[in-house]
Design a protein around this ligand. Sequence first.
Ligand code: MLT
Length: 202
Amino acid sequence: MKHIFTEGKKKGAPTLLLLHGTGGNEHDLLALADMIAPESAILSVRGNVLENGMPRFFRRLAEGVFDEEDLVFRTKELTDFVNDSANKYQFDRDHVVAIGYSNGANIAASMMYHHENALNGAILFHAMVPRRGVAIPELTGTSVFIGAGKRDPLIALNETKELAKDLEKANATVTEYWVDGGHQLVREEVEKAREWFEANYN
Ligand code: MLT
């Protein structure tokens, strides 16, 4: 997969897996990662699917309606890519924290829904429930920060709650942070994510 890898500045800090939103690329979240965890190594990946020229991590049938078959296939593809990258770049595979926005947050959540030990933690900005009716693997020891907008036109309040509940049922530790805005990522939740990261990984 098209990607950027940069070495971390601090030994023992988790590697960040950066996953952009629809229409983004592997450069999009670099500044964000620098705000949240400036000392971490970075693996920033570009989604392999194109929707009218816009990169995404999996196909959708309509806005918010996912192509499940492709979601499952792409989630495995990305998880395998992270495994291979850990070998290639020599980072600790058991110490990877995803930062995803929108479509990128959805595939990060999907990694946790489908694959055991896929992520050590995740910051999910404006994420949906990636899939329903599957048994989520055990997530004890996994910390998740969910940033959400109270007036997000794409994601109903209840869907974010459902996502948090699903992850908690699998024994993840979930922190929700709600902003007054919509689907857009705002400074305030980035700051909260930074505090959460410091509390959990320093
Ligand atoms: C998705 O397809 O993952 C969601 O609709 C979010 C988006 O990418 O806009």
